[in-house]
Design a protein. Structure first.
Length: 344
């Protein structure tokens, strides 16, 4: 164990960074970072300089691992004392063994069975529109979303508030607000069970109140520091009250809900322009049946440009569709917004 600590100190001091794990390929390329996994003939390496790389085990010339590792067949953490010509010298709770890298079929960083994963991410954003001249109008929107991972569960909450001040000073402002919460249980790496609820009011669409309750199943394609991609679908129950010229009508219906959530660095970007912005797109499709089949689609697409630290500039396009809108409203609404966001 003393040798392991000594090796970590020497490598960290020489590299000048916190990470002490080193991989050297047979062509002489030296990569600082951390081992993510070994599966079959492939080794996945989280490089400090080149993001995540997948290499063939046959390309590895030197390897220094200071972190505890999990090897199939061992119920305790192991450490690698040395790596010479592909032969790994392992120390598992004081017991030494030797295994060649080519014979190792599975390896990954050790995770304490009592460890419970926790993370918290989110953002808050203010966007606005201003018209003057023939029309004097001010619209502004405040929205926020946060996700908390604890163990195999994810809690997601979101708030949306929009105020539209009309040109007529005697007319009341149109208000739109949405509050939502969902709970996900990841029963394996990709699949999860989902429950979701939402409450809203939207004066522009004559919605006095709308409550949505849904359950379903989702699939996580990926979710890391660079972005995520989720899809989920399942049955839904909707209770809606419309206020049309003072006459309120309430309907209840069941149906199906589908959601797509994608967040990733913008793929087409030149480094000469600076840091790449983040691209995001979400859309939710809700199909319900009261007297007739009703389809509603809500989508949000945008770019988030880093400005300073956690401060960003957002360009946002919102498009909503309802094939059975309330009386006097169109089926489609569009909105283009510019705002400032803070992420954590």
């Amino acid at each position: 164990m003393i040798k392991q600590v000594f090796t970590a100190i020497v490598v960290a001091t020489a590299s000048g960074i916190a990470s002490a794990d080193v991989l050297v390929t047979k062509n002489g390329e030296r990569l600082l970072g951390e081992l993510e996994s070994i599966r079959g003939d492939s080794l996945v390496w989280a490089s400090d300089s080149f993001s995540t790389l997948t290499l063939s085990k046959s390309d590895i010339a030197e390897l220094v691992l200071t972190q505890a590792i999990n090897i199939n067949g061992h119920d305790e953490p192991c450490y690698m004392d040395s790596f010479v010509d592909g032969m790994m010298r392992l120390n598992c709770e004081g017991t030494e063994s030797f295994v060649h890298l080519d014979m190792l079929q599975s390896l990954e960083p050790w995770i304490d069975p009592d460890y419970e994963y926790f993370s918290w991410t989110g953002n808050i954003r203010l966007t606005g529109e201003l018209f003057w001249g023939n029309k004097t109008d001010k619209d502004w929107t405040l929205d926020s979303a946060t996700s908390v991972y604890k163990g195999d569960f994810r809690h997601t909450g979101a708030l949306y508030y929009k105020r539209d001040d009309n040109s007529d000073p005697l007319a009341e402002s149109d208000i739109k607000w949405i509050a939502s919460y969902s709970l996900d249980w990841f029963y394996n790496e990709h699949w999860y069970l989902n429950s979701n609820t939402e409450a809203r009011r939207d004066d522009t669409d004559s919605i006095d109140s709308r409550y949505t309750f849904g359950v379903g199943i989702g699939y996580r394609f990926w979710d890391d520091d660079t972005g995520h991609l989720f899809i989920e679908n399942g049955p839904v129950y909707v209770k809606e009250t419309l206020d049309e010229s003072g006459l309120k009508t309430t309907t209840s219906s069941t149906g199906w809900r589908y959601k797509f959530d994608w967040f990733t660095p913008f793929p087409i970007w030149s480094e000469e322009l600076g840091a790449a912005p983040d691209f995001y797109h979400t859309h939710t499709v809700t199909m319900t049946d009261t007297d007739n089949l009703r389809t509603q689609i809500e989508s949000n697409t945008g770019l988030r440009f880093p400005v300073f630290g956690s401060i960003n500039a957002d360009f946002d396009f919102e498009a909503d569709y309802d094939d059975m809108p309330s009386e006097g409203n169109q089926k489609t609404d569009y909105q283009l917004r510019l705002g400032i966001s803070y992420t954590w």
